[in-house]
Structure formats: C-alpha cells, structure tokens
Design a protein around this ligand. Structure first.
Ligand SMILES: [Zn+2]
Length: 276
C-alpha cells in the first residue's frame, strides 16, 4: 500500500509531467472508481480543463484544474502512469485522461479500491476523508503539545492509534514500525502510559522517518512504482520492517514479528519492551 512518502513521490512525478496539460477526453472503464459526481458529469466537466497544480494531504492527491479540484486516493494498489503518446490499455487500466497534445495519464489499479472525486475549485481540502486527518508530520504543522494531549487521553495501544491518521497523518504499517523502533517503544504500549520524554522522542522520530522516506522517494514493496516508473529506495534504510530474524541494528537481538490489531508488526524484543 502506498504510504505518505510514496504518494508524495507520485505527486512530484505528476507535477513534472502533467502541469499545464489540457484534457481533451476522459475514458472511464471502471465506473466505481468515480465516487462523485456521476460518471457522465465527471467526464464532461473535465473536458477543456487544464491541470494547474497537484497537491497532497496525507495519502490523498489533489489535482487542481481550471475550475475544479479532483481528490484522488490510491488506496491499496492505485498508480498513475504517464505516456507521451497514445497507448494501449491493459486490463488494470481504469481511467484514461487524454490531453490535447495526445499524451495520456492512465490510472491503473489491480484491486480497484482507489477513488476519485471532482469538487469545486479550492474545496479539495473539505473532502470528508481529508477533514478527518491529523496534521502533516512536519516541524511546521505537527505540534508537540497537542500530540501529547491527544496521547494522554488515549488508552489504546500506540501502534493502531498512530495508524488511524487522526492524531497525525501519513503513518502506515511500514513507517509506524520504523518510528516505534527508533523511539524504543513497544507497539502495544498504551498511549497514555508514555512519558513526556518518550512522547517527545516519538514526535521527532515521526517527522524524521517520514522526511527521510520522502527524500528517498518512498519504499518499493511488491509492485509499487512511482509515476515516473522509477522505484523508491527507502527499503535500504529499513531497520525493522520486513527484517524478521535479522539482528537489530542497535543491539543485535533478532527482530521479531507479531500481530498487533491484525497488522504484521516488526519490533526488537530487547529495545522495545512493554512497560506495565
Ligand atoms: Zn534492539
């Protein structure tokens, strides 16, 4: 599943490839991907629209057109592919944006879970899923005091709490394991039992890990490729995710794997001990 750094890589790829392009035609081969408006309206409204920018909030892409915003959520396997000239579609190509210069942007999604919504210009951030998101994990937007207040009120395990996107946006299964390892916090530690010092370390680890992953272009897991067709290389920097049985880079103890809230979870049994 693409996480925030992968979606950011897709966004940058799109910015370099489709800004300034005007839509001549939109083909919708799998209507369910279009959440709103109706498919015919979606296709018709986009004709003649120019892509002025591509933004991102959490794992949502926001295309800024002349008169509309389009929110696009890749979910499990969605990806965009750009072709400089007309191409043939394969069975996983579901939406095709044909530009006036004959180039094409194709939305491809093996699982078909991705969704697109066309909204009035400058209202993309009001999309329901986006409104529920916590702050972006950057120094400018992610407030430590607010984070501590939210954690203090939560009796749930820290890992699923960080995964739910409401306290901070953009942490999926890979990066949450990395962040907790870096912070020496057990994934099942109840959030309200963390000390002020631990919260501070965790806060900084979230910002650091996501930033590094963004710089590396994300992590390529399975078939995931970015919009430019080039793989991210953050997997070279993974300390625990997918490292079961390998020595912890900090203490040498073999990395263990367990289920936490139904998610495969990697951790160091020595560095990350559950405190009662
Ligand atoms: Zn360790």
């Amino acid at each position: 599943m693409p996480e925030l750094p992968e979606v950011e890589t897709v966004r940058r790829g799109l910015v370099s490839l489709v800004i300034g392009k005007t839509i001549r035609r939109v083909d919708v081969l799998w209507p369910k991907i279009i959440e709103s408006p109706e498919v015919d309206q979606f296709r018709n409204e986009l004709v003649g629209e120019t892509i002025e920018g591509v933004g991102r909030r959490g794992k949502y892409l926001i295309f800024h057109f002349t008169h509309y915003d389009m929110v696009s959520h890749l979910r499990m396997e969605g990806k965009y592919e750009f072709f400089p000239e007309a191409t043939t579609l394969d069975k996983h190509s579901h939406i095709r944006f044909v530009f006036t210069d004959d180039s094409e942007l194709i939305y491809n999604d093996v699982r078909k879970f991705g969704r697109m919504s066309l909204m009035k210009k400058n209202t993309g951030l009001q999309y329901k899923g986006i409104q529920q998101l916590g702050p972006e994990p950057t120094n400018e937007t992610f407030d430590l005091a607010e984070f501590e207040t939210r954690l203090n009120k939560a009796h749930t395990m820290i890992k699923p709490l960080l995964l739910n996107q409401k306290i901070v946006a953009g942490l999926g299964n890979i990066y949450v394991d990395e962040v907790l390892w870096l912070s020496k916090i057990h994934p099942e530690q109840p959030a309200n039992t963390l000390t002020t010092k631990e919260v501070e370390i965790l806060h900084q680890a979230i910002i650091t890990v996501i930033n590094k992953a963004k710089e590396a272009g994300g992590t390529t897991i399975r078939t995931y490729l970015n919009a430019l067709g080039e793989a991210g290389h953050f997997q070279q920097e993974l300390n625990v995710y997918g490292q079961t049985g390998k020595p912890c880079p900090r203490c040498g103890t073999p990395i263990a794997k367990m289920k936490v809230a139904q998610r495969g979870t990697h951790y160091c049994p020595h560095c990350q001990q559950l405190k009662r």
